[in-house]
Design a protein around this ligand. Structure first.
Ligand code: FAD
Length: 314
């Protein structure tokens, strides 16, 4: 039995697709767990779950200790030995606590999950993106956390049917309490869902030059700006919402245009799955060109205005 949980609805659908694939190969079923209101339960069945357990009576806001209790109960009930959890901040904390609680192996941030000779095998990027580690479990219950965009969701199938069961699990009393919940202030940028991203890197000389990148995004109907780490973390010209890469957001747009980005492995790790990658860089040996489908070797201060001019003509 494969069990799937994430606090992020979209990610849950992606996990359901992988869960379905593993379960079909093993001749097993997929159970999804919802903690709290079960509004999304029917939707989960249409996206691949055979059964949805709606766990009621848990804490109102996320708390890893109690959520681990709930998932431990669901795993036992469903007889699951493969557990896929979304690699959100909450998901990673939950997965590791759960692993400790039930004595299961737990591997974080798996970009690939597959069966090799019937054995659950995962791959994750290690050493700042310089190597891929291929790992297996030696525990009976295996927990893998998976980041957004690692897998595509299945097409919604309105004809699918399954079971929805409401359950209340016993949760322990813990020393910590949630004193206050403060929503993060977002700039309203959602790079993870963007279909076209124009990304700026350290090749830009001044913050004002971002206007040129914005104009390119505008004429190409992209509207979404991305950036490398220095632009968000060091210079703070754009927010962390725009930051793409290993420690930023993972994106999968149809078109990714990298302007003045060298293409270090930590940046590539976040955008390598883009369908078409265009790189503009004045250094013909910049590593970004190894990942690019189309490369323009040139000064972005000349290339970008020319592109805008040509695109405006169309
Ligand atoms: C643990 C760890 C995690 C990291 N996570 C991330 C991450 O998530 N995302 C990320 O982006 N980075 C990350 N980094 C940093 C990463 O290693 C690079 O330092 C960073 O990606 C470089 O950003 P850049 O390409 O904008 O700048 P640079 O490497 O300085 O490249 C600038 C590029 O612009 C070109 N250029 C300059 N002027 C022009 C011009 N006029 N016209 C055209 N091209 C020009 C240059 O040739 C150069 O290739 C991480 C690093 C570590 C150690």
């Amino acid at each position: 039995m494969v069990l799937v949980y994430s606090d992020n609805e979209k990610l849950t659908r992606e996990l359901l697709a992988k869960g379905r694939e593993l379960a079909d190969a093993l001749g097993k079923k997929v159970t999804a767990v919802v903690i709290g209101p079960g509004d999304a339960a029917d939707e989960m069945i249409k996206f691949g779950a055979d059964k949805v357990i709606v766990a009621e009576g848990g804490p109102e806001t996320f708390k890893a200790e109690e959520y681990a209790d709930i998932l431990a109960g669901a795993i036992e009930e469903a007889g699951s030995n493969i557990v896929l959890i979304g690699s959100t901040k909450a998901g990673k904390e939950l997965a590791s606590r759960l692993g400790g609680k039930i004595g299961a192996g737990c591997i974080i941030d798996c970009n690939r999950v597959y069966l090799d000779s019937g054995e659950l095998t995962v791959e994750r990027v290690v050493y700042s993106g310089n190597a891929v580690s291929v790992e297996r479990f030696n525990s009976e219950v295996k927990i893998a956390t998976v980041p957004c965009k690692a897998f595509d969701p299945l097409e919604k199938d309105d004809g699918r049917s399954g079971e929805v069961e409401k359950k209340t699990y016993q949760v322990g009393e813990y020393a910590s309490i949630v004193a206050r919940v403060q929503e993060m202030v977002s700039q309203g940028v959602n790079v993870e869902d963007a279909q076209i991203i124009i990304a700026a890197g350290r090749g830009l000389k001044n913050r004002e030059d971002l206007k040129m990148i914005e104009e390119l995004a505008e004429v190409i109907n992209g509207h979404t700006l991305g950036c490398s780490r220095p632009i968000a973390a060091d210079l703070k010209w754009l927010s962390e919402d725009n930051w793409i890469g290993l420690s930023g957001h993972k994106v999968k747009p149809k078109l990714y245009i990298a302007c003045g980005i060298s293409g270090q492995i930590q940046h590539i790790a976040g955008m390598r799955d883009s369908s078409i990658i265009v790189a503009i860089n004045k250094d013909a040996d910049a590593p970004i060109f190894k990942s690019a489908d189309y490369g323009i070797v040139g000064d972005l201060y000349k290339v970008v205005p020319r592109l805008i001019e040509e695109l405006k003509k169309q």
